[in-house]
Each structure stands twice: as C-alpha cells, then as structure tokens.
Design a protein around this ligand. Structure first.
Ligand code: SF4
Length: 374
C-alpha cells in the first residue's frame, strides 16, 4: 500500500524566471474549480498515509476559503500521519493560514525563501523580499510550528561565494530545522534561459558553483544540520520523511495536475495542463496521460539512482530484500565506472563489503552517479 500522498497546487502569484514546474498564474475562479476536483478525488482514496505533502506551485497563494476546503478534505487522512507538510511562499503566508494548517494536522512548513538578498531575489524573479522571508519563518515558529524547512538557491547570475555565505549565515540565524540548498539550473523554456541565450545573464562558472556547494557541505553541518542527501540538510530528527520514502523506492499517490502516482508497480502521470485537467476530471474522464508498468529490474534501477543520492547510500542487503535482486549483479558495470572515477566507495563492515555510497567528490557529481545507475 502506498505510504505517502502528494497533492499538487499549480497556482503561483507570478512565474519565477527559473521555474519549469507545473504552475500557472493564480486565477480565483479556476482555483475554486480545481479545489472542488481535488476534494472529489480525495474521496476515492483508501487507507492512511504516513506522510502527506501539499506542494506546488504555491499552496499559500490560495485564499482561506479554498484552503479550508482542501485541508478539510484531507483531514481524514491526517490522523495517524507522522509528517504533514505544506509548501508556502513568504509573500502569501499569513497567521490565519498557519492556524488553519495547524488545526488540520499540518506539522511541517516548507518555505520557498531562495535567498535573503533582495538583488538576488529580483534576478530570480521572486515576488517577495528578504524581510518577508525572515518574517515568514518567524511567523511559522510563533504559530507553533517546530518543523520549518527553507529552500535556498545558489549559483544565481553574477552571484559570488561571499554572497552565498551570507545567505547560509542568515538561514542559520533563524528558527529552521531543515535546509534544502539547490544549484540554480538554467532550464530551456524558462525566462532565465531566454535571457541567458541573449547573453545578458552571466551564470557563475562551474568552479564557483562547486565552491558554493562545497562550502554548504562544510558550513551547515558545523551549524548542526546533517547532510542526509545531496541537497538536503536537517537538524537531528528533522529529515523529511516524505522525501526519504521516495528515495527508498516506496509507493506513493499523487493527486492534481502533473502529479505522479506509483502504485502496484505502475506509474501514472496526470495531465499537466491545468484547464484540461479540470475539464477531464469534471467530466469524469481519466486525467492520466501516461501509464507505465515498470518491470522489477527497472524499478530496482530507478530506486538505485535516487537512493545513491542519500548519505547512507545503498545497502546490498536492503536492496536484495526490497527488489529480490543482487545489486552488484544488476549494476556491475556502472559500479566499476563510478569506482574508477572515485564518485562512489564501498561501505565495509567487519571487513566485508556491504554496500556503496557517494564519496565527497560523488556529492559534487551526484547527477552523473544517478544517471550511471538508472
Ligand atoms: S513559486 Fe515555485 S512553483 Fe511558483 S513560479 Fe516560483 S519557482 Fe515556480
């Protein structure tokens, strides 16, 4: 049975320059119809979930009335749920919304801060400033949330190491328990990419981005945030259970536009066109645009590609119990290549090889290691 539930809210105040997620400008009428569809779909869910994650888009762009409807609909599933997260953006997070989340079982807030530098926030096309970002974190804490995560981005156009160090120092001065630090990626089709093509923006050199990441890996653990995955750092006891479940290859249910479910070995992808998604769902038609039955070996390889990104790496015993296959037989060639490049190393216990994990160099080239295994 799927352990985790993801709900996608595809609305944002405006599109950030780097964004290639499924999000459209907030339209109250469309959002109202979308909320009705979500609530109908919640009724078809069975069982309980150990974690629920409401993400986007920007869930907090919705008004209180719609949030009340959606979180009221989820209330049934929040009982017994160990982690219930909501993504929020600083400009739309209010005390009323936080109280509503708390009263409906939410126990983790993930805030899209990205930076505490106003000039950098402008370059990224964010619609909040650094004062709002700090205020949002403090407000979440004052509202009783003990588990607060923030997202940060490094490698913005023209950014230097000194500026990134300031962002990390500010993050650590706030009451946060979890930091996700991502390198800015210049994705085709985004406004950032278009600007980059016209050479008006200047992405940091690879060496600079690597220096920022290396500094992050040194600095955050010094401040008590253990790195438990390539981009994720948490105070002890605050690692994101929802993500850990994905990385372990657990099954999950996704509700909403562009959401993906992985149940009984089948992956189902929902339509990412929000209007079309609403139309189909309202007419009781399937919202799925992709259905793949994954053979066990493909599932095992996909799980290896994500699990290698965690600090603990891949334990051969776990892999065999989980997928019924021997990791070294399945990935022999890839492992040889990655060992040769010193991107992974064997985990040894009592003199025996028990698994593989990323080396320090491997953390810098995590995507290469993942692609080799999939
Ligand atoms: S807030 Fe997030 S989802 Fe919305 S446009 Fe910005 S990056 Fe995309």
């Amino acid at each position: 049975m799927a352990k985790t539930l993801y709900i996608h809210i595809p609305f944002c105040r405006q599109k950030c320059f780097y964004c290639d997620f499924c999000s459209i400008p907030y339209d109250p009428a469309l959002a109202g119809r979308y909320a009705d569809i979500l609530c109908r779909q919640f009724k078809s869910l069975n069982g309980s979930f150990s974690s629920i994650y409401v993400g986007g888009g920007t869930p907090t762009v919705l008004g209180l009335k719609l949030l009340r409807k959606i979180f009221g609909g989820l209330r049934l599933f929040s009982r017994g749920c160990r982690e219930f997260s909501v993504e929020a953006n600083p400009e739309s997070l209010t005390a009323d919304k936080l109280a509503l989340f708390r009263d409906n079982g939410v126990n983790r807030i993930s805030i899209g801060v990205q930076s505490f530098d106003d000039a950098k926030l402008k370059k990224l096309g964010r619609c909040h400033d650094s004062a709002q970002a700090r205020a949002a974190v403090r407000l979440a804490r004052q509202s009783g949330f003990k588990n607060i995560s923030i997202d940060l981005i490094f490698g913005a156009p023209g950014e230097c190491l000194r500026e990134w160090k300031k962002d990390l120092a500010q993050a650590c001065s706030l009451p946060v328990t979890h930091v996700s630090a991502y390198a800015l990626s210049y994705e085709r089709g985004t406004r950032l990419w278009e600007t980059f093509k016209k050479t008006a923006v200047d992405p940091p050199e690879d060496d600079m981005a690597a220096a920022m990441y290396e500094y992050t890996m040194q600095y955050l653990p010094r401040k008590g945030f253990r790195q438990y995955e390539i981009s994720n750092f948490a105070i002890k006891g605050f690692a994101c259970r929802h993500n850990l479940s994905y990385w372990q290859g657990d099954e999950y249910v996704g509700i909403g536009a562009a959401a993906v479910s992985y149940v009984n070995g089948r992956r189902i992808t929902n339509d990412d066109d929000v209007s079309r998604f609403i139309k189909k769902a309202a007419a009781d038609k399937s919202v799925a645009v992709g259905r793949d039955s994954l053979p066990v070996l493909s599932r095992a390889k996909e799980a290896a590609a994500v699990k290698i990104r965690t600090r603990e790496g891949i334990d051969f015993g776990w892999f065999r119990r989980r997928f019924g296959v021997d990791f070294m037989l399945l990935e022999n060639e890839a492992v040889d290549g990655l060992l040769g490049k010193k991107l992974i190393a064997y985990i040894r216990r009592n003199g025996k090889i028990k698994g593989v994990r990323l080396t320090r160099k491997g953390f810098l080239f995590g995507d290469e290691a993942s692609s080799a295994l999939v």
